[in-house]
Design a protein around this ligand. Structure first.
Ligand SMILES: Nc1ncnc2c1ncn2[C@@H]1O[C@H](COP(=O)(O)OP(=O)(O)OP(=O)(O)O)[C@@H](O)[C@H]1O
Ligand SMILES: [Mg+2]
Length: 402
């Protein structure tokens, strides 16, 4: 996961300082190097302790706070200054930024806002120092299906495992099929916590609690499973889900979300937050008809259709009478990837509770999922396959087309 950031904090108000401190102590990527209750001493504290970040709460005295920002900026130019304030007044924000602040965050500080600011600072400093910036933000990939049993969970799990293989990546799979999801079965995991526990604790959710709620599989991917009970007293709401996803985004490089097939407000919230929506279909008439209906539905939601990537699963299945070319014509968009039909291998992997990478590392099925993982990472423009892949696939399609 992400490396440690050293931080110094100043806030003359004891109450808000202790709230900030407990928020920071819950983040394992942040090391609280120094804390200070007086603006007068803080510039010296920073020059002695040389933290990566100075967190300056300015509500106690905005004028003194802004002066302090200017002093820290001048005396410790490599230290990045983050301001926290309950005022969102434009002139104050401007003064703080002109004095040298990098970010202006609202008080009370929200964990996800703070983590997102850290991420931005890290990315910008990598870019400035000439390092290749690591993937700045986490990629959220939702797996949507055109009907039940189309292959979404098998794809979500195996894609998550393939993505987790590369160094520097951290992947979480979220099972959003709240009623009948079976992602835990595919990975043979008996989870201690589920997405419901996370939702129930949303108000006191800190970073370490969130991470403890996920179960790690040997393949490297983490899993946040569906609730144990079918009838949760207060089911997770779209807003709660968005908060959970924001927090997970700050920790992981990839989130793979296995949606339900009901297209509930929860599924839509996840799709809204997604960078890519993998629409899994097979090449039969009912599936393609639903795919067209879903595409029409996505088109009515701003920004949604552009994120869709069509995945044809079980290519070569005897029942399918439709070619990939025909599917392309019907859907009006290119097929992003195809996964071959190999029921024996897939079912064996599921029954053994292991990913395809373990069950059959050389199988064509496994290679296809690996290729999809690479393709998703290589896709520069969301919604478009890399040119090389498109060329390669066109050749393949002409061979397969009827
Ligand atoms: N490429 C494939 N080749 C052969 N069989 C497959 C393939 N992909 C999935 N399957 C099989 O299809 C069945 C359904 O797969 P899966 O559970 O992943 O679908 P789903 O869309 O998640 O279903 P549900 O709607 O119940 O959530 C499983 O038995 C699985 O082994
Ligand atoms: Mg499923």
């Amino acid at each position: 996961m992400k490396s440690v950031t050293r931080l110094a904090l100043v806030d003359p108000n004891d109450g808000s300082r202790s709230a900030l401190k407990s928020l920071l102590l819950g983040i394992d990527t942040v090391w609280l190097e120094a804390e200070c209750s007086r603006y007068e001493f803080f510039a010296d504290v920073v020059s002695q302790s040389q933290p990566d970040i100075a967190l300056v709460a300015i509500d106690a005295n905005a004028g003194k706070g802004v002066e302090l920002i200017a002093r820290v900026h001048q005396e410790s130019p490599t230290c990045q200054i983050l301001v926290v304030s309950s005022s969102q007044e434009g002139s104050l924000i401007l003064q703080a930024i002109r004095a040298g602040a990098r970010e202006f965050l609202s008080q009370p500080l929200k964990l996800e806002d703070f983590l997102a600011a850290l991420d931005r600072i890290k990315y910008q400093s990598q870019a400035r120092s000439g390092e290749t910036p690591q993937n700045r933000s986490c990629r959220v990939i939702t797996i949507a299906g055109v009907s039940g049993g189309i292959g979404c969970t098998s794809l979500a799990i195996n894609l998550g495992c393939c993505l987790a293989q590369s160094p520097g990546r951290s992947v979480a799979v979220i099972d959003l099929d709240l009623a009948l999801g079976d992602a835990d079965v595919w990975l043979d995991i008996i989870p201690e916590y589920t997405i419901q526990d996370v939702a129930d604790n949303i108000t006191r959710l800190d970073y370490s609690l969130l991470k403890r709620s996920l179960t790690k599989h040997d393949c490297g991917a983490f899993l946040l499973p569906r609730p144990v009970e079918l009838d949760a007293k207060s089911p997770i709401t779209p807003d709660e889900l968005k908060r959970v996803v924001s927090l997970l985004k700050a920790t992981f490089t990839h989130l793979v979300v296995d949606l339900s097939k009901s297209y509930t407000p929860l599924d839509l919230a996840a799709m809204e937050m997604a960078d890519s929506i993998l629409l899994v279909t097979q090449l039969d008439l009912p599936s393609l008809r639903n795919a067209v209906r879903l595409m029409q539905f996505f088109q009515r939601i701003e920004g949604m259709a552009d994120k869709v990537k069509v995945i044809v699963n079980r290519l070569g299945l005897e029942d399918s009478q439709i070619s990939v070319t025909k599917a392309f014509e019907t859907l009006g968009r290119e097929v992003y990837a195809t996964i071959p039909n190999d029921y024996g291998t897939m079912v064996e992997a599921r029954n053994n509770g292991v990913p395809l990478l373990t069950q059959a590392p050389r199988a064509k099925l496994t290679k296809a999922v690996q290729l999809l993982a690479q393709q998703l990472d290589a896709t520069v423009n969301e919604g478009e396959a890399p040119v090389e892949d498109r060329k390669a696939r066109r050749g393949l399609f002409s061979f397969l087309g009827k």
